[in-house]
Design a protein around this ligand. Structure first.
Ligand SMILES: OC[C@H]1O[C@H](O[C@H]2O[C@H](CO)[C@@H](O)[C@H](O)[C@H]2O)[C@H](O)[C@@H](O)[C@@H]1O
Ligand SMILES: [Ca+2]
Length: 731
């Protein structure tokens, strides 16, 4: 590990105050509301004065605050005609109070289209010393005002000069700017002392023992000593540092469910800039957000796509290095790095991530070495996780999601299994809580439940937790999703070994890999996918049930993953576009599964979040890339537009909201999802600071796939039907 010196903050933050004292109206909150721009402490008249100033008023009124008395002001009458952007002089607390009182009529600390206020508030201009008033009108501007005031208050500001441009910014520019300059930073974590207070927090942990805990692999002695030392420096944290056993079994994982903890990740040796001593620093990564405050498997891949567009290669690389660490120390890329996820993985995307990071770092020292380490790790993961028992179905040669584990997944929301477990609790005359404990401890035996949880854990490994597609049978399904991803691994490994490593890659155990065997694996898997998963009559792929020995009939948007991976023939791709796509295309993009496949829902059969009518970012991204790969650019662009429109519209109408998933059939409030644990990302007061990882990424990435014309239409919130009707007569 190379020595680096510790730098203070994440790379994207720069001062936006120029030498003349003027501030970029779109600078990050930290700068915009930071001490540099505080005109009450600095005499920064340029912050207030607009450049068109022609006549200066020197007279101060009696109620002019002291800090403004020396400030030159423009002739009041010019404000109304000014072509230059306005600046407002705002008393933060008073304005915030007035704004919430009149506009947040439902009292949820957000200003949305559901609030019934007058939708107008006056602000005084800075040049007139607040005398000339202008209307701030409409939900979008008022909610932006709420967001800005909330931030200003958090930065301790009592008064601010606020650029009108910050309130009426094009929503596409605003959202992509916030993602780029703020959301990624808010979601960035590293596992080390600098962030322990934040990263140790686990809203999913319901165990009695709530002490923060970190588990360290037995071979990482240096990390262990580091954490022990850091824990002793922070006794208030009560951080428990523990070694993991050399062999991790399902029994052991279950045994620590009441002592849940973080799992250590990759670290660098660095020189502490304050002490000059060598120390460790965690490699950064980005969490999904909401209740998900750890490094996730497939979320991270999607997030990395956005990071790479936004120039945050450091973070994408950190994710990659942490994945390699996980494979080398935990045997797999984990569902996420908490103890209760130790037996479980998630959909694999490592080879594609490694190639994308390599493309962006090609001229950096160590780039090829990192690519090599990534591919060595991917081969180990492929062989030991995805194509070994119990995940490999020997008979078909295809793979299934099928993690190990015992008992009830402890990370789920408390009520998730109530409906399922209540009859068992009644049968054993136990309270629900006692039944759960006794069942987990093996005191009461219920083989049917054991079987249920094998599949439930598999559902969670699939990332599609939960859906009627997979319930009660996931471990028996050779899914089109997983097998497409494994095909992509095989193709990537063959190609990379051949073109980058002289057709020879020596693994850590000394074994040698060449491209030929990976070419063969890919060819074989394509044949198996055609044989077991392709339905010629329906023109799409389905999952294959290895026990019932027949295809499932659930229509899932994962059918398009075959196009992403490149394992569909051009003819199959054409059928997917003509026959399957119309089944999934909804107002806001692709729906996870069709309504017909989901079936009737009701009190006894509640909605599942990965079923109709919900749409998820990874489904959109993989389909877009797949469609483009086969030349269906128009279809891809239309789907991108639908998805981005839905996100933008919710962002505009609902106080800057960006959530985990959307109801793609609802044009008005698509963020409203109450299935399972609700929607992550919606629970904020005043201002959203994180969005949600993969949705942020889908936005950033999606914008690279549409024309500038479409981007302009999006900024004007032009509904998809209207936008495409203006372009193509057939829509
Ligand atoms: O706690 C319930 C489940 O939550 C996770 O699943 C959901 O969020 C993940 C993070 O965004 C995402 O990867 C997954 O696709 C979502 O369904 C977690 O992964 C599950 O294991 C967990 O049981
Ligand atoms: Ca409200």
């Amino acid at each position: 590990m190379a020595s680096k010196s510790v730098s203070a903050a994440a790379g994207s933050r720069q001062s936006s105050v120029s030498s003349t004292g003027s501030i970029d109206p779109f600078s990050v909150a930290q700068v915009y509301y930071g001490p540099e721009t505080d005109f009450t402490t600095h005499k920064m008249s340029n912050l207030i004065r607009t450049r068109t100033l022609s006549t200066v008023q020197t007279r101060s009124s009696n109620n002019t605050p002291d800090y403004l008395k020396s400030v030159p002001r423009r002739r009041a009458s010019q404000d109304a005609e000014s072509l230059t952007p306005r600046k407002f002089l705002v008393d933060v607390n008073l304005t915030l109070q007035a704004l919430l009182e009149s506009e947040d009529t439902d009292g949820n600390m957000q200003i949305t289209i559901e609030d019934l206020g007058p939708k107008v508030l006056q602000l005084g201009t800075a040049n007139s010393n607040g005398f000339n008033k202008f209307d701030i009108r409409g939900t979008y501007m008022l909610s932006n005002l709420l967001q800005e005031l909330t931030l200003a208050k958090e930065y301790g500001r009592k008064s601010i000069i606020l650029d009108e441009q910050r309130l009426n910014e094009n929503p596409v520019s605003r959202l992509s700017r916030l993602i780029r300059t703020q959301f990624w930073d808010s979601l960035t974590r590293r596992i080390d002392a600098s962030l322990l207070e934040i990263i140790a927090v686990d809203p999913k942990n319901r165990s009695k023992d709530q002490s923060p805990r970190i588990y360290v692999p037995p071979t990482e002695k240096e990390q262990y000593e580091y954490y022990v030392k850091e824990a002793s420096k922070r006794p208030h944290l009560n951080l428990q540092v523990e070694y993991l056993p050399a062999t991790i079994t399902a029994e052991w994982v279950k045994s620590v469910n009441e002592k849940a903890g973080l799992l250590a990740l990759a670290m660098d040796h660095v020189v502490d800039e304050f002490t000059g001593q060598s120390t460790l620093r965690g490699k950064p990564f980005v969490v999904p957000g909401g209740r998900f405050n750890e490094l996730y498997g497939w979320d991270s891949y999607m997030i990395a796509l956005g990071l790479l567009v936004d120039g945050r290669v450091d973070l994408a690389k950190g994710i990659l290095e942490n994945f390699i660490f996980e494979i080398n120390n935990y045997g797999k890329i984990l569902n996420a790095n908490r103890s209760y996820y130790l037996c479980r993985s998630q959909p694999p995307f490592l080879t594609d991530l490694a190639l994308k990071v390599y493309e962006k770092t090609i001229f950096e020292p160590g780039a090829l070495e990192l690519l090599k380490e990534s591919f060595k790790a991917a081969i180990v993961e492929y062989k030991q996780v995805w194509t070994s028992p119990p995940r490999l179905d020997q008979e078909s040669g295809l793979s299934c999601y099928h993690p190990d584990g015992i008992g009830i997944p402890p990370e789920t929301e408390a009520s998730h299994f109530e409906h399922l477990l209540m009859p068992y609790a009644e049968k054993h005359k136990l309270s629900l809580e006692d039944f759960q404990r006794q069942y987990n401890d093996g005191i009461v035996k219920e083989p049917a439940l054991d079987e249920y949880f094998v599949h439930d854990r598999a559902v969670r490994e699939s990332g599609h937790d939960t859906t009627y597609r997979l319930e009660k049978r996931c471990a028996n399904l050779a899914t089109i999703d997983l097998n497409s991803l494994l095909y992509k691994y095989e193709v990537d490994i063959a190609h990379t070994i051949r073109t980058m490593f002289g057709d020879k890659l020596v693994l850590h155990d000394g074994s040698v890999e060449t491209s030929a065997s990976w070419d063969r694996r890919a060819r074989r898997r394509k044949n198996l996918i055609d044989q077991y998963l392709w339905d010629e009559e329906k023109g799409m792929y389905f999952d294959y049930d290895i026990v019932q020995k027949k295809k499932s009939d659930y229509e899932s948007a994962t059918t398009f993953w075959a196009m992403w991976a490149g394992c569909a023939s051009p003819k199959q791709a054409a059928r997917l576009v003509s026959d399957a796509l119309p089944k999934f295309e909804e107002f806001g993009g692709l729906v996870s599964g069709t309504e017909r496949s989901r079936g009737v829902i009701g009190l006894d059969r509640p909605n599942r979040q990965w079923d109709y009518p919900y749409g998820w970012a990874p489904q959109q991204i993989l389909a877009w890339v797949g469609l483009i790969r086969y030349g269906y650019e128009e279809d891809a662009e239309r789907l991108v537009y639908r998805w981005l429109y839905m996100i933008t519209k919710a962002f505009v109408d609902y106080n800057g909201i960006v959530v985990e998933k959307y109801d793609v059939t609802r044009p008005v409030d698509p963020h409203r999802v109450d299935a399972e644990y609700g929607n992550q990302g919606s629970d904020f007061k005043g201002v959203a600071k994180e969005g949600f990882g993969w949705v942020n990424a889908s936005y950033t990435f999606g914008l690279t796939l549409i024309t500038s014309h479409a981007r302009r239409a999006l900024g004007a919130c032009t509904p998809p039907g209207l936008f495409y009707a203006s372009q193509y007569s057939y829509v």
